[in-house]
Design a protein around this ligand. Structure first.
Ligand SMILES: Cc1ncc(COP(=O)(O)O)c(C=O)c1O
Ligand SMILES: N[C@H](C=O)CCC(=O)O
Length: 424
């Protein structure tokens, strides 16, 4: 069945034809693409068109599509059974890898998505502090948990949704929102509400308003102010975990949060999330402690082996410098092409994730990210797609490089991008 027919059928039976809003291409226009195959850094749609992929399934595929060691381990595990509902050896191995690689994590609980990870971390923070308020940053996205959908990035920003019906005002009011990178605003909420703040949750490098790095010292400042007020600091490393270094952003910026949320790369392309932290905090989670959280399919053996093989590769090969170099090369080349065409832009990059903003302002928070010309972004996206380049179909997202982007792929991608930019 071809792409158009599949989309028409999807629209009949799935809201918006999709299972996650950002896939609907509403922000960029044009027909959504149905993907049927991925290998290395390339994907193919239902019409047989091939694309060089900078979406990487929204981040998880740091080793590229269908990485042989991961596929082999998954196939072998599938033969043994799909789910047991009791402890299996792979969840222990994956937990050991997480503890070994992520500096602040001594114990970890696996869940099935990034949303579950942040939701559970917030519950734990409220449980151990006995406080209700949560501080989050404008334009950061932490999944679709009620307390965290307030002023969120990603699809919420893309569709300019001011608030989501279904989230009671009483719940939304427990979340205090401050601008990213703004120390004064953080100080102010702590001055006013310090004793009631259970936690501050932050994407240590924002990816969901497009990539926005933390200003020098910002994460250390968050560490200090939370400690001072007896609140917990939660790093949502669902994107940055195992992407920016083997220990994530906390290792890169040398700041240890109290709790860390993980997802995406952790599952090697299968649905896995996790939250973890110091032993004394994680021992408050049931059955060791009173904070309840559970999951029928949590620690699923097939998902766990995909994670184990992925993390082992990253731990053993540490491809981070090379990934950063590749992303630098692509982002600088794209910047050069846009400059030549006279198109004002800013590119924010940290390691192997970056975003092209069509603005002449520095992008340091959600307000400045929103100054990007969204119409031009839509045109840019559609032209790239036409030339065989897949990037996230929304401005407030990140492009991702993988180890599967070889020299020749990058060369070919840059030629395709150049031809797209020429026609803008
Ligand atoms: C930083 C961050 N946190 C949490 C989430 C939620 O993860 P999931 O989509 O797996 O629920 C995402 C992505 O969606 C994310 O980018
Ligand atoms: N920006 C989101 C995750 O990082 C996009 C994934 C989704 O919502 O489907």
């Amino acid at each position: 069945m071809n792409n158009q027919k599949l989309i028409q059928e999807a629209l009949e039976v799935l809201p918006g034809g999709v299972n996650s809003p950002v896939r609907a291409f509403k922000a960029v226009g044009g027909e959504p693409v149905v993907l049927v195959k991925g290998r290395g850094c390339r994907v193919w749609d239902a019409d047989g068109n091939e694309y060089i992929d900078f979406l990487a399934s929204w981040g998880p595929l740091i080793l590229g599509h269908a990485y042989p060691k991961v596929v082999k381990a998954v196939k072998e595990e599938v033969e043994r059974g799909l789910s047991f509902g009791l402890t299996n050896p792979h969840e222990v191995k994956l937990a050991q890898l997480v503890v070994e690689m992520v500096p602040s994590v001594e114990k970890v609980r696996f869940v099935n998505s990034g949303t579950e990870a942040t939701m559970s971390a917030i519950r734990l923070a409220r449980g151990v502090t006995g406080r209700k308020l949560v501080v989050k940053f404008e334009g950061c996205y932490h999944g679709h948990y009620d307390s965290l959908l307030v002023s969120a990035g990603s699809g919420v920003a893309t569709f300019a949704i001011p608030g989501t019906p279904g989230i009671p005002e009483e719940i939304a009011k427990l979340t205090l929102v401050v601008p990213f990178n703004n120390r004064e605003a953080v100080k102010k909420v702590f001055e006013e509400y310090g004793e009631d703040i259970a936690c501050v949750i932050v994407e240590p490098v924002a990816g969901n308003m497009g990539v926005v790095p933390p200003k020098e010292g910002f994460l250390k400042f968050l560490r200090e102010i939370t400690e001072e007020h007896g609140s917990l600091l939660i790093f949502d490393e669902v994107i940055t975990g195992f992407r920016l270094s083997k220990g994530g952003a906390q290792e890169l910026f040398d700041v240890n949060p109290d709790l860390t949320c993980l997802g995406k790369i952790l599952g090697g392309g299968l649905p896995v999330g996790a939250y973890g932290g110091r032993k004394e905090l994680m021992s408050q989670v049931a059955p060791e402690g009173p904070v309840y959280q559970a999951g029928t399919l949590s620690g699923n053996p097939v998902a766990m082996v995909a994670g184990v093989e992925t993390l082992k590769e990253l731990r053993d090969k540490e491809p981070y410098e090379e990934l950063g170099e590749k992303a630098k090369r692509v982002s600088e080349a794209v910047s050069g092409m846009l400059k030549e065409k006279g198109i004002p832009h800013r590119i924010n990059r940290v390691g192997s994730m970056f975003t092209v903003f069509f603005t002449d302002k520095e992008v340091v928070d959600f307000e400045s990210a929103k100054s990007s010309d969204l119409e031009l972004f839509g045109k840019f996206f559609r032209k790239l797609l036409e030339k065989g380049i897949l990037i996230p179909p929304a401005q407030f997202e990140a492009w991702f490089l993988s180890t599967a982007h070889e020299e020749e792929d990058i060369e070919e991608a840059l030629n395709r991008i150049e031809s797209a930019i020429r026609e803008l």
